[in-house]
Design a protein around this ligand. Structure first.
Ligand code: SF4
Length: 785
């Protein structure tokens, strides 16, 4: 939906006062729609009105309903206002910032002295629209000698990113605005977005008789209800469907031979594997009629353009990396690439995977030898790297703006791992489940109290970067994350003034251009090289204080602006940025600093997508031997059977109208589905003897939880769903922490993960559902664990 825009006059209070609309962004999903906020209320800090920002270059005024509830993130009893130190008895006491910085520095130094910097593990460093802190956090941790790190992307996207890099060396995005056939795989875009202006775009495709919407999902969700074709795949069997579709393309000779010959390698090897796929058998295993699969495949093959989007529904189930590979092969074999409506590579203001890799040298973890993918340690092995007597185990964690004790598989084991460490430092706005396991909790300013931005720049042909100014002063007692990292680095001696003096002198004598000559001589021009390490913090110290309006944390973007202008000079110029040589980077940085609603930083024609291809021979490499072997293995995989002990497949963490990531902690933000009901099919409900509002026990091999039931005819038999973002602790009016809903990872197991990328199977958990007494009685808030 698009939020109606109201005039300032209509928003005036009775005495005529009108606070200004201030541009910023929604931070509840990676689309990061531009919004405008009016702050006010008794303390002048409430988000009284929120609307879409028409000036945002991409979202152009669009938001979904979730953005309108952001006051529940900004204000509430979850906010921390003082550093906390854990007492020996497990309770916490408030300490001042100087004490916190001194003690954390000393404790980190002690761990390094005894076990080396490699024993420090960094987790997080940002979230949706919250990336500046991580830019400095990675630099700080690298200075300490830390080599291992991870974040939520290793729970979902590392398999896909790895496949992207093997195929064409970069990231692709679908052109859903213009595509003839849109295909969503394990993605309920109506609720979880992933496409700019998702609901507007989906409705336009659905309403156009010449365009086709295809949804692959076990559930007839809101997006599937709009679709021309809903492929209601059997839960967890997507790999068989995509293999069958590819085989149909080859066996019916529907591939684009001209595209394959001109732009790819490895086709013959790939086709040899696909010739062996038994289409009818695979469709049957996927729970789909062969005719429907053939019809959809032919529609895609004969369309002028196809755009696709995969998401957690296929990335957090068995064969997840293979799913990503097979899905991408479909649009590659039909040549829907580098053209309007097709899949396109794009520029990045900062390429996250390259940054992660540049700060991570090992290829495997120190204890279990697990593959490090895209520079990130698979989340499901983190506890295994701690709960051991191996001499190289992780000894300390710095955890920033994320909540692994709630969001990683097997929460109980993750809590035990945190308790086993010598030191846990948590940086966050709230006293999260993870903060409860920390030795020190350092309270961060909220995303609306500091300069912030998102590094998820996934647009093509016009890509956008949005630096956001603070709407409010930091809440008393809090600090922006970049300042926390800088204080720790200073206290530990990693920002010696004699080294900074070189940069200070260059800036003083030659302005920013003088600084550029010196800085890039020291640190290099690329944003992805190892030398960058302390560069961000040096810029924070030297350039940061000179930036206007207190935009100190934006200093790291100055280096990135030069790197983008250097790497994509023509595209930056086409975006309207003017300048020669280093003046282009300076002009881009100025544009980013001055804009409050986002800047188009690259503009391309569709054929320019080839410019972003990053392979050794400028070809797309279709054959990935590791995954072709897994494809072959599908033929001998046993047919799905019902597990007598755990007869249901539980999907943990679906997106709904009132589910969001865990930064929304106050359950009052929800207008409905307060407890996050378990969705179940009518037939299964009847067999269990439950009705809407009944209470059930959900048991897995790892845990047990109680949930309320909502019967839904969108569900397949044998499949149940719990939403994401529930089961969080939040203080009641007396300060007593209570929990509403089920925390999904109390039910998941860390050993259930993809063999290659280690991504968890959160969307495919074997479970048992049993009726409990007290039908119709709500669970209500319950004590925290
Ligand atoms: S689509 Fe909704 S949740 Fe996502 S950024 Fe926009 S307003 Fe926020």
């Amino acid at each position: 939906m698009s939020v109606p825009v109201t005039t300032p006059a209509a928003d005036a209070t009775a005495d005529g006062d009108v606070s200004p609309w201030q541009p910023t962004a929604c931070i509840l999903c990676y689309i990061n729609c531009g919004i405008e906020v009016r702050v006010g209320g008794d303390d002048g800090r409430r988000f009284e009105r929120i609307r879409g920002d028409k000036a945002h270059p991409v979202s152009t005024g669009y938001t979904c309903q979730k953005a309108l509830r952001l006051d529940h993130y900004q204000n509430g009893r979850h906010r921390l206002t003082s550093p906390l130190r854990r007492r020996p008895d497990g309770t916490f006491e408030e300490i001042d910032w100087d004490t916190a910085i001194a003690e954390v520095s000393e404790r980190l130094g002690a761990v390094i002295a005894e076990h080396g910097g490699e024993s420090l593990f960094y987790y997080g460093g940002g979230g949706q629209g919250n990336h500046l802190g991580g830019s400095y956090g990675y630099a700080f941790m690298a200075a300490l000698g830390s080599k291992y790190h991870s974040n939520a992307l290793a729970q979902e996207k590392t398999g896909e990113f790895w496949v992207d890099h093997r195929l064409y060396g970069n990231h692709t995005i679908g052109d859903f605005e213009h595509t003839e056939v849109a295909v969503l795989l394990g993605k309920n875009a109506w609720q979880s977005h992933g496409i700019q202006r998702a609901r507007t775009v989906l409705k336009a495709i659905s309403n156009d008789p010449d365009r086709t919407l295809v949804v692959v999902d076990p559930v007839r969700n809101e997006t599937a209800a709009l679709a021309d074709h809903h492929l209601a795949v059997r839960p967890g069997m997507d790999a068989f469907l995509y293999a069958a579709m590819l085989a149909i393309l080859v066996q019916e000779d529907l591939v684009d031979h001209k595209f394959i010959a001109a732009h790819t390698t490895g086709a013959d090897e790939l086709f040899a594997h696909l010739e062996l796929v038994p289409v009818a058998d695979y469709c049957e295993r996927a729970g789909l009629a062969e005719d429907q699969v053939r019809t959809v495949t032919r529609r895609m093959a004969t369309a002028s353009s196809v755009s696709t989007l995969e998401e957690l529904g296929i990335e957090q189930i068995p064969h997840s990396t293979l799913n990503s590979y097979l899905h991408k092969l479909i649009w590659l074999l039909i040549g829907s690439f580098a053209k309007p409506g097709g899949m396109n590579l794009h520029s990045s203001f900062l390429d996250l995977t390259r940054i992660f890799e540049s700060y991570s040298t090992p290829e495997a973890t120190p204890v279990t030898g697990t593959r490090v993918v895209c520079g990130l340690v698979p989340c499901n092995v983190i506890a295994d790297e701690i709960l051991t007597d191996h001499p190289d185990r992780f000894r300390a964690m710095v955890i920033e703006s994320t909540n692994p004790a709630h969001s990683l598989a097997d929460s109980a084991r993750m809590r035990a791992a945190l308790e086993a460490l010598d030191l846990v430092v948590v940086i966050d706005v709230a006293f999260t489940e993870t903060a409860r396991c920390a030795d020190y909790v350092l309270p961060a300013a909220s995303q609306y109290e500091k300069w912030e931005c998102t590094y998820f720049n996934f647009e093509f042909p016009r890509n956008v970067f949005h630096l956001r100014a603070p709407l409010l002063e930091p809440l008393a007692g809090t600090l922006p994350e970049p300042e926390i990292h800088a204080r720790l680095a200073r206290a530990m001696g990693y920002l010696p003034e004699e080294e900074l003096a070189v940069l200070r002198d260059a800036l003083e004598e030659g302005g920013r251009l003088g600084l550029a000559a010196e800085y890039f001589d020291i640190y290099g021009v690329s944003t992805s090289v190892d030398d960058l390490k302390m560069g961000p913090l040096a810029l924070y110290e030297v350039l940061g204080p000179t930036l206007p309006d207190g935009a100190r944390a934006a200093a790291v973007l100055w280096a990135a602006s030069h790197a983008v202008a250097f790497e994509h000079e023509d595209a930056v110029r086409r975006a309207g940025i003017e300048g020669e040589g280093p003046f282009l980077g300076e002009a881009l940085f100025d544009a980013i600093l001055e804009s409050r609603s986002g800047v188009v930083f690259t503009a391309d024609a569709y054929e320019d997508t080839w410019h972003y291809l990053d392979t050794s021979d400028d070809k797309i490499h279709l054959a990935i031997p590791e995954l072709l072997a897994e494809l072959d293995g599908l033929r001998t995989e046993p047919h799905p059977t019902v597990d007598a002990e755990f007869p249901f497949v539980l999907t943990c963490g679906s997106r709904r109208a009132f589910s969001a990531n865990t930064i929304l902690r106050n359950p009052d933000w929800r207008k409905s589905d307060r407890e996050g009901a378990l969705h179940i099919s009518p037939g299964d409900a009847a067999a269990l003897g439950v009705t809407d509002g009944s209470k059930v026990a959900v048991t897995t091999k790892r845990g047990r939880a109680e949930a309320l039931v909502e019967i839904s005819d969108t569900m397949q038999p044998g499949h149940v769903i719990l939403p994401n973002g529930y089961g969080l602790s939040y203080p009641d009016e007396n300060g007593k922490p209570v929990v509403v809903g089920v925390a999904p990872n109390e039910l998941t197991s860390s050993e259930d993960r993809d063999w290659f990328a280690g991504t968890p199977w959160h969307k495919h958990v074997r479970a048992r559902v049993e009726k409990l007494a007290s039908p119709g009685v709500g669970l209500g808030p319950h004590d925290e664990r």
